[in-house]
Design a protein around this ligand. Structure first.
Ligand code: NAD
Length: 381
């Protein structure tokens, strides 16, 4: 098959879906790899490096889409890009189907079989394909560096001839993949770190990284889905959580919020009144900004100052570290590809859990029931 890697066209996107060192993962299996000219430039990869790795450079997006049997991409394609794909082509990458109904419709019209990495089931076997986890790891790391940059203090304890400086206090809300990496990074920089997550199983992981797990008096609720995600909490839970967070705010320098509920708006954990409790010069980095934010004042994509506190509405942080983000994304997609194309004749097996779980469109229809229901409720399918 011909595998096409287009240049990303979304604003601010610097990643590429395949790095040269992984071209051979496809060519070894007798596939051809086509890369659009300049596709790697924003990740500091030249066309020449792709050619040396065994890929063929294609001059334009139209030529690439016109030739590819399988398109592998980072950000969801636009409907116009889908229209350039071959009828019956296969798409693999982020798709955000609920946020991009027009793209899903274009895929149905073009009979594109699409696999969305966000829908890969969260089973142990699929961890190596999980782009959400690899990108969340990078976001958690970068969030701490951004906070450190905005804070007018240093993170570590210093005892010098010029006096002693206490360590910064960092509070991480949500200790999933991004939160745990944020804890590890803040600890490495020397901060004192505390964290909270409604999933009790996380406490041990938080403590193993040297942070304190904050015990909160919140109502007992069923907090975890069978897929490992957090369930949406009740208003009573969130009010109790806000109260417990508020008590700690006057002593905190940095807050990194990562709390998300799959498919829903992010829970509000910090209200405007709570921001007023923070010391002037403190910093909030809100990794849930794109889902509405965990802080009431967050503005996605903007850094603002309110009540003396800097609030960073972090968006697509992996794109600020494109070299490793592209490398990790490439590896995830190679693993997904190998899982989907297990048969010698490249036929697809929709009985297989990851293949059917990640598939959004197929044979001119929406394959995923949840997406079908959501889009038909919105009048889009
Ligand atoms: P996520 O991005 O959906 O959410 C981030 C974190 O926010 C979660 O830990 C969640 O519990 C937390 N959260 C939700 N509501 C909150 C609230 N009110 N206050 C504070 N925190 C809140 O989740 P994620 O980080 O992608 O993954 C969560 C977990 O899923 C992981 O820790 C892991 O155990 C599991 N997982 C499994 C696989 C796999 O097996 N393939 C892959 C990825 C993740």
């Amino acid at each position: 098959m011909k595998i096409g890697i287009p240049r990303e066209t979304a604003a601010g996107e610097t990643r590429v879906a395949l790095v040269p060192s992984m071209v051979s993962s496809y060519t070894r299996a007798e596939h051809e790899v086509l890369v659009e000219a300049g596709a790697g430039a924003a990740s500091s990869i030249s066309d020449d490096e792709y050619t040396k790795a065994g890929a063929q450079i294609v001059a334009s997006a139209a030529d690439l889409y016109g030739a590819a049997d399988v398109v592998i991409k980072v950000t969801p394609p636009t409907p116009a890009e889908v229209a350039q794909m071959n009828e019956g082509a296969i798409y693999m990458g982020y798709l955000a189907p609920l946020a991009s109904p027009d793209t899903v419709k274009a895929m149905v019209d073009r009979k594109v079989t699409s696999f969305a990495t966000e829908f890969i089931p969260r089973i142990t076997r699929a961890q190596s394909m999980d782009t959400l986890s690899s990108m969340a790891t990078l976001a958690g790391y970068k969030a701490v560096l951004i906070a450190a940059n905005h804070l007018g203090k240093i993170f570590p304890l210093l005892m010098t001839a010029a006096g002693s400086i206490p360590p910064a206090n960092t509070f991480i809300l949500g200790a999933g993949v991004a939160g745990l990496q944020a804890i590890a990074t803040a600890k490495r920089l020397g901060s004192k770190v505390q964290a909270f997550d409604p999933r009790p199983a996380v406490a041990e992981q938080v403590e193993s990284l040297g942070a304190t797990f904050v015990e909160m008096e919140v109502p007992e609720e069923d907090v975890e889905t069978s897929g490992g995600y957090a369930k949406a909490q009740s208003d009573a839970f969130l009010i109790a959580e806000q109260k417990a967070i508020a008590e700690r705010l006057p002593k905190v320098d940095v807050i990194i919020t990562t709390a998300q509920i799959f498919g829903k708006a992010a829970p509000i954990l910090i209200t405007e009144e709570m921001v007023k409790l923070m010391r002037p010069g403190s910093v909030i980095v809100d990794l849930a900004a794109e889902q509405g934010g965990n802080c009431e004042l967050t503005e996605a994509g903007k850094t603002i100052e309110k009540h003396g506190v800097t609030i960073v509405g972090a968006v697509n942080l992996p794109a600020t570290i494109p070299v490793h983000a592209s490398q990790m994304y490439s590896k995830n997609l190679v693993n997904l590809f190998k899982n989907i194309f297990q048969a010698e004749d490249n036929s697809l097996d929709f009985e297989e859990e990851v293949t059917t779980g990640a598939c959004i469109t197929r044979d001119g229809a929406i394959h995923n029931e949840m997406v079908k229901e959501a889009l038909s409720a919105g009048g889009n399918a």
